[in-house]
Design a binder for this molecule. Sequence first.
Ligand SMILES: *Cc1c(COP(=O)(O)O)cnc(C)c1O
Length: 413
Amino acid sequence: MQHDDNLTAKLPNFVTHLECAMTGERHEADQIHNLSRAGKPLLVRYDLAGVKKALTKEKLAQRPPDLWRYRELLPVRDPANIVSLGETMTPIVSMPKLKAKLGGGANLVKDEGRLPTASFKARGLVMAVSMAKALGIKHMAMPTNGNAGAALAAYATHAGIKTTIFCPEDTPEVNVSEIALQGAAVYRVNGLIDDCGKIVGEGKAKVGWFDTSTLKEPYRIEGKKTMGLELAEQLGWQVPDVIFYPTGGGTGLIGMWKAFAELEEIGFIGSKRPRMVAVQAAGCAPMVKAFEDGTEHAPRWENAHTIASGIRVPQAVGDFLILRAVRESGGFAIAVEDSAISAALDEMAKEEGFLLCPEGAATYAAYKQSLADGRVKKTDQVVLFNCASGLKYPLPPIHRTLDRHKPIDYAAL
Ligand SMILES: *Cc1c(COP(=O)(O)O)cnc(C)c1O
């Protein structure tokens, strides 16, 4: 990958410390961290006044179109530790037919399926693995619903770090295969992602694995944050009115919320924020329940099930951060049925030629539901997140055939 000159030198780095997201307690940078001493996620803090002096929009505009263009707001200090597989900026795709049909502003889909390993998990894991390399971590472990494990396997193998990965037994076949092919030891576990997480926790205690679980590691969120930085830059340093985000562990939603605050602090955007909408599946909707109950935390969702495997997360360690961002932004949390997810996926594919992943389809289904119940206006500019390539999921079999030895009725084809 090509970078401009000053990346070959030590990065001008602005990390000052890490901070407990619950208590605000300061933790030192440049050390191996998981959760804070209070058992909550850690957030990376920067000298934003310094970034403001060092970085201009014009300077940024000249850099290569990948997430390292935001390096002043990223934790990696030494470029030698960047473990890149080509983290390209992802396009915002317009859907004119749906816009005409719905009369709305939801013609924008940010297509994260273009990233390495074909999901936005690459954004988080490229940062986690680059930092692991910087900190000398040798063996990373993770519970995954599929895409995170694939991204961890790819980057860790690229960096020469060993990985052990656990996924629920019904994880999509392609995910288990890609994880194994990309050099990780992967195991199907008879349980859900939080059950897999317990195994990782025990392995950490017994044999010293590094726990790379969502938000139990401080740098994945910094990588996911680049979705917010990129979105604002692509919209001409504006934010949309509403963001629909398929929410599992919530790293992306929390990360984007952090990104907007940092961008305002360095003077790149104003005080307007998008309304953040956490989209979940009706069969696994702990954030929706907590949002509606008005609670700060979300208890575990029992018997979680949905075809959107990436958002089948019964309990999230960052629950209070998700709920905080949703509430502060004036957004909401919404659940959609699997039948609505399938219908939305089919509709987008047949009408716009765009194959969403089920989680992305959930955002489209939620958008339509929100238009119908009046929580979103037709005139709102809405961005939907398609977080992975639709090709990573089981597709319906097609049985139509043609016998080339019989007469063909071409006019009927
Ligand atoms: C992981 C994942 C999500 C959920 O992302 P979080 O930021 O962890 O909430 C949504 N969609 C897909 C395809 C995923 O892989």
